[in-house]
Design a protein around this ligand. Structure first.
Ligand SMILES: CC(C)(COP(=O)(O)OP(=O)(O)OC[C@H]1O[C@@H](n2cnc3c(N)ncnc32)[C@H](O)[C@@H]1OP(=O)(O)O)[C@@H](O)C(=O)NCCC(=O)NCCSC(=O)C[C@](C)(O)C(=O)O
Ligand SMILES: [Mg+2]
Length: 358
């Protein structure tokens, strides 16, 4: 086990010093594209500035026979694109695959100075992060990279969920975690066949109405309430990330045409503490950007509470509601996020700047 003293030491001679704090860079949508797909690759330059994160995916959804083509495509995109304010991430192949070593040994020397974050799929425990951590340090040292590349883990196995706290704390490179609902469902032997989202069979039914003569009417109409299959995992992930000062994300929503349910899923994640979600299709970028940006009403309310609370201690009555030290802290979360987003999104900045406090 690394001692506290060694935790922030570089893992290879010449590797950059690990960061002590993960930067709070906006990442409302992590947009996936296949760098080996000419149509998708061609769209990357025009997407810069319209999305917080562009992620070149090398893992699942890329056919086995195209792995090298996609890797080469990613190198070309990384070398030729000016990403401006947009973060540039990749998802490498899983650690037990025949491609991952070539992914890392090719990408780091070629475009390691441009890559902000490497997403590692199917992480099972701290040992997987330790492996990538050391290898990245060696490759960074060899390539003369001065800014450490961060690691993002996908939670998509039962063992990964059981170990989520140790995964989050395994390295100073840990930037965040995303839920991988499709692989996780398969690993857990859940009986869903979807990529994220709800299921109509996972529900709670209203009690049967009592009959005048006694007993219950089990044949009458009863309301049903669909439940969230992912609540438990999301809650564990959010707590583990918050505990370690890193960021939680909802993952993919595979029903591209159901933009309404996608928005609901993203909003649940936003409310629960996630900072973003994945976008698999250009239509989902707009949804994520909107959902993961605090509304004008929320920012206005938060600013009013902060103003009314003065030094932030004590209790006041505002619009019939009690506000105190703890509600000010919640309001600061909202206002801080609004400020971070306004710094990179002029449209949002204009809307937040136009707020007038009553
Ligand atoms: C779903 C698909 C097949 C529909 O692709 P399509 O071409 O049939 O859709 P379309 O509506 O006809 O596309 C319209 C236009 O948008 C383009 N387009 C479409 N998508 C994109 C994109 N992402 N980025 C940039 N451009 C895109 C597409 O090329 C087309 O261009 P055109 O107008 O010039 O003809 C396609 O969108 C796609 O392949 N998306 C990415 C899928 C992906 O990355 N999956 C892996 C992540 S989810 C996952 O791995 C699970 C997880 C976490 O591991 C676990 O839960 O276990
Ligand atoms: Mg997966």
């Amino acid at each position: 086990m690394r001692t506290a003293k060694d935790f922030f030491a570089p893992l290879a001679v010449g590797a950059p010093a690990p960061v002590r704090e993960i930067p709070a860079r906006p990442s409302r949508a992590i947009h996936f594209f296949d760098p080996g797909n000419p149509k998708m690759a061609a769209k990357v330059p025009e997407m810069v500035g319209t999305v917080d994160v562009l992620l070149g995916n090398l893992e699942d959804a890329v056919k086995a026979e195209n792995k090298e083509i996609s890797r080469e495509g990613l190198v070309k995109i990384g070398q030729e694109t000016d990403f401006g304010p947009t973060q540039f991430w990749t998802r490498i192949n899983s650690l037990d695959s025949p491609w991952v070593l070539d992914d890392l040994t090719t990408l780091v020397p070629a475009i390691g100075h441009k890559l902000d974050v490497i997403m590692v799929p199917k992480v099972q425990g701290a040992e997987d992060i330790h492996y990538v951590d050391r290898l990245l340090a060696q490759l960074e040292a060899k390539a003369g990279i001065t800014k450490p590349i961060l690691i993002h883990a996908i939670l998509e196995t039962a063992r990964g969920v059981a170990n989520v706290e140790e995964i989050c704390g395994a390295s100073p490179r840990m930037q965040g975690i995303s839920l991988g609902p499709a692989d996780l469902a398969a690993d857990r032997r859940m009986k869903t066949t979807r990529v994220g989202g709800g299921h109509p069979g996972y529900l709670v039914r209203q009690d049967a109405a009592p009959l005048a003569e006694g007993g219950y009417d089990f044949t009458g109409q009863r309301a049903i309430f669909q439940q969230d299959l992912w609540h438990y995992t999301m809650a564990r992930m959010v707590d583990a990330c918050a505990m370690h000062g890193i960021y939680a994300y909802y993952g993919p929503f595979g029903d591209i045409k159901d933009t309404v349910a996608c928005e609901d899923q993203f909003r649940n994640a936003f409310l629960m503490g996630c900072v973003g979600a994945w976008s698999l299709h250009p239509v989902q970028i707009k949804i994520a950007n909107q959902v993961f940006s605090p509304s004008v009403e929320d920012v206005k309310h938060a600013r009013r509470v902060i103003a009314a609370m003065g030094d932030g201690t004590g209790a006041v009555m505002l619009d019939g509601k009690m506000e105190d030290d703890a509600s000010v802290k919640q309001c600061k979360v909202m206002v801080d996020l609004a400020e971070e987003l306004a710094a990179i999104d002029p449209e949002l900045k204009a809307r937040y700047d136009a707020i007038v406090l009553d």
